[in-house]
Design a protein around this ligand. Structure first.
Ligand code: SF4
Length: 313
């Protein structure tokens, strides 16, 4: 487990899933969107077609080895881009499910998706085999969608909405929709009511209203607390079970799966760390925090009055 970790990271603390063993299925910042709030930065490879990016057997081996050595509530396909762009997603979900059952483990399987490919039958069928699915829906009107999610030119919001509704119709797992609110982008009453109306048709198990809590790709601001509460109110009025998650995750990162600091800092390209988390990381590898900060690629960013540390590969 402790050598050459490329595709698996964590377990990382997740505000929605508890401890989550992340699996990355795309090269850094390969996505169908380039959201203004993305904590990974601007999308460098914007595509809408599915591809096979990595040798799937290698990815599977890494997941299996990780599951043998750490405990995680979830194996979560998310990572450094949009996981449904990977043609290997369905195969991997199936194999991981078999492994979990063979070893009698308690981990569940989740996918975090931006919903852009849910109009595709193959994607819906693959996601049907998960325990939890977390699709996002930040906008309904075309102009707001283009402004906040900045999708690949071939992706239309009507198709995204159609796909998410179709997926919701048949999905037996736990459906938790994420709505990310950004000040001045999608926080108008009109947009919130439009989102609420789609959500009331979708009937997810839960909707999580989020706002950026870690440094975003562009210089945008989180929605204010009043607007977040208003959105929860509007969603609830439409019969949608919702809650606000506008605080940073508070669990611990598990560094025990990493044999060296170079592998561990890769977590920070997906999960910027706060000062106290960085301190724990440095102690784990017997370094001073200053030595850690001087590693090339580690950059400091301020957001909402707090310091965060990112790793830019
Ligand atoms: S937030 Fe997610 S969907 Fe948006 S650009 Fe980043 S990786 Fe892609």
């Amino acid at each position: 487990m402790k050598t050459g970790i490329k595709y698996v990271y964590g377990p990382v603390p997740s505000r929605r899933l508890g401890s989550s063993l992340g699996v990355n299925l795309t090269p850094f910042k390969t996505c169908s969107y380039s959201c203004v709030y993305c904590q990974l930065g601007i999308t460098t490879c914007k595509i809408a077609e599915r591809r096979s990016f990595f040798p799937r057997e290698e990815v599977l081996k890494e997941i299996e080895r990780a599951l043998e050595s750490v405990r995680a509530n979830y194996v979560t396909f998310a990572g450094e881009g949009e996981p449904t762009l990977s043609l290997d997603l369905g195969w991997l979900i199936e194999k991981v499910r078999k492994f979990i059952s063979l070893r009698d483990l308690n981990s569940k399987i989740a996918v975090i998706t931006n919903s852009s490919l849910l109009w595709r039958k193959d994607v819906r069928e693959e996601l049907a085999n998960t325990d939890s699915c977390l699709p996002s829906l930040d906008a309904i009107s075309d102009s707001v969608f283009r402004r906040i999610n900045r999708p690949h030119r071939s992706i239309k919001i009507e198709k995204v909405v159609e796909g998410i509704l179709e997926f919701g119709d048949d999905y037996d797992g736990e459906l938790m929709v994420e709505v990310m609110l950004v000040k001045g982008y999608n926080d108008s009453r009109k947009e919130l009511e439009a989102i609420a109306s789609v959500l009331s048709e979708l009937k997810p198990d839960r909707v999580h209203v989020l706002t950026p809590t870690r440094p975003p790709a562009l210089n945008v601001e989180p929605a204010d607390a009043k607007t977040i509460m208003l959105s929860v109110e509007i969603f609830e009025e439409n019969g949608v079970n919702s809650s606000a998650i506008n605080f940073p995750e508070c669990g611990e990162f598990d560094f025990s799966v990493f044999s060296n600091v170079k592998e561990a800092i890769k977590i920070m390209s997906r999960h910027p760390m706060r000062e106290e988390q960085l301190e724990k990381l440095s102690k784990h590898f017997g370094l001073s925090i200053e030595e850690l900060k001087s590693i090339p690629g580690i950059v400091e960013k301020k957001f909402c009055g707090r310091k965060y540390y990112l790793y830019v590969p």
